[in-house]
Design a protein around this ligand. Structure first.
Ligand code: ATP
Ligand code: MG
Length: 421
């Protein structure tokens, strides 16, 4: 998404509060059940859950649930459906299903962690059923060929596990292994206009960053493919970063129009934003795997120090939190604040006139300290790549069962010949 200075400023001003959702006895019970159930039992249960999933309020504009404050919504004027939705997550985690994912274009970075990964783990720990898509087909939106897609897919699984995703409770799968999911894209494409697709600001931004002479059909339509990702398992909550909000709007539009045209099949999914929906990279722009500005989750301490040292700052020695005029400095302050559970202003006050070098030292220490356990776990898990492949194989099997059921339902709703078979 093109993020102008004022938007960036607004995003960086989000309060740095954490979501401290208490676990109830019921959640523990559900987790135990899931952990001891067989894959087949899970499949049956998942399909049943998919059928009973509640449709969220039919708002025509995406209003995000912000986990920084579970009793308020992103829009201060909105005091209705979103409040009850997050309450329902806590009280009835079994009624919700979450889909989210990442492109296997490189290792996950700190933006992923604070932007969405942390929330995925929190939802999982509440007992919500989780689907994580390794979006391998979407790698081709902005390049001719995917570079080592299978290796990067395994790396994503590694990052997920290191961050706390439990494959017994979460389904991790790849796009390319689930044909029925991809088939949903065809009827879904008929539900949106070319003009609507052309207005998507994130797609425009990604086209600009891809630096290519032409725009492929996949790039132009991938928000609809993403709608298929979300709706194949009837997810009603999608933990994402800020850049994904326009895509969520598309998914909601697709769900609503499908239901209007063919009868109720899909929920309208709501985005779940974290307290840090847009972490900036070392160049002051959105931290991205593909833009050479990321600090990977799995970077060692020396590499982290080098990357932080290379971050763009400015000549003013007095450190202040001013996202609009000093995005590079603000990004570093934001990162330290997230790692130390403070506000960026508090971090800036501590540095005072110490200059960028002191700020970078503080950020390096904060990041290394915070991520030490995650990185330790990652190195241990990296020793067994076979285990990562098995997780993907099991996830693909489960995702196929769910996708086949949804596709059957879609065909029935549409009255296609195949439905009678
Ligand atoms: P690429 O450069 O290949 O597009 P990416 O870093 O943008 O990679 P994605 O795989 O496109 O990562 O995004 C996966 C998820 O992580 C999305 O929900 C996205 O909103 C979130 N995310 C990515 N970057 C950030 C960031 N800097 N801050 C917060 N959330 C982010
Ligand atoms: Mg991206």
């Amino acid at each position: 998404m093109t993020t102008g200075p004022s938007v960036r400023a607004a995003l960086l001003r989000f309060p740095q509060r954490s979501w401290t959702a208490a676990r109830c006895g019921r959640c523990h019970h559900l987790q135990e059940q899931t952990m001891t159930s067989s894959r087949t039992a899970r499949t049956t249960e998942s399909v049943r859950a998919a059928e009973s999933v509640r449709t969220v309020a039919p708002a025509h504009t995406v209003r995000a649930v912000r986990t920084a404050d579970p009793v308020r919504t992103a829009d201060p004027g909105d005091t209705g459906d979103r409040v009850s939705t997050i309450d329902t997550v806590r009280r009835h985690p079994e009624r919700h299903r979450v889909l989210t994912g990442d492109r296997p274009t490189g290792p996950l970075h700190l933006g992923h962690y604070f932007g969405t990964l942390q929330n995925r783990v929190r939802l999982q720990d509440l007992g919500v059923e989780l689907f994580l898509v390794v979006a391998d087909y979407q790698v081709l939106t902005d390049r001719d060929r995917a570079d080592r897609p299978a290796d990067y897919a395994e790396d994503l699984v590694l990052d997920y596990l290191a961050a706390g995703i439990d494959p017994q409770r979460a389904t991790v799968f790849t796009h390319s292994a689930v044909p029925a999911l991809n088939q949903l894209m065809l009827p879904f494409l008929s539900l949106v206009s070319v003009a609507e697709l052309g207005r998507n600001p994130t797609v425009k931004d990604e086209i600009a960053h891809a630096g290519r002479a032409t725009v492929s059909g996949l790039m132009f339509t991938y928000p609809v493919h993403q709608a298929a990702d979300i709706l194949f398992c009837k997810a009603d909550l999608v933990p994402v970063g800020q850049d994904q909000l326009p895509h969520l709007e598309t998914a909601r539009t697709v769900a609503r129009r499908f239901n209007e045209r063919y009868g109720q099949v899909f929920p309208e999914p709501a985005p779940l934003l974290s307290a840090s929906p847009l972490l900036l990279g070392t160049d002051g722009g959105k931290m991205s795997k593909s833009r050479g500005n990321a600090i990977p989750l799995g970077a060692d301490e020396d590499r982290t120090a080098r990357l932080v040292r290379s971050a763009t700052t400015d000549a003013d020695r007095h450190i202040t939190y001013d996202p609009q005029h000093r995005p590079g400095v603000a990004g570093l302050l934001q990162l330290a604040a997230l790692c130390q559970d403070r506000t960026p202003e508090e971090v800036a006050d501590e540095i005072g006139s110490g200059g960028a070098a002191a700020l970078k030292r503080l950020v390096t220490e904060a990041v290394n300290e915070y991520f030490r356990p995650v990185r330790r776990r990652r190195s241990e898990l990296a020793r067994d790549r076979g285990h990562l492949r098995k997780i993907l194989a099991a996830g693909n099997e489960h995702a196929n069962a769910v996708a086949d059921t949804t596709l059957r339902e879609v065909r029935t709703a549409m009255g296609t010949v195949t439905a009678a078979a």
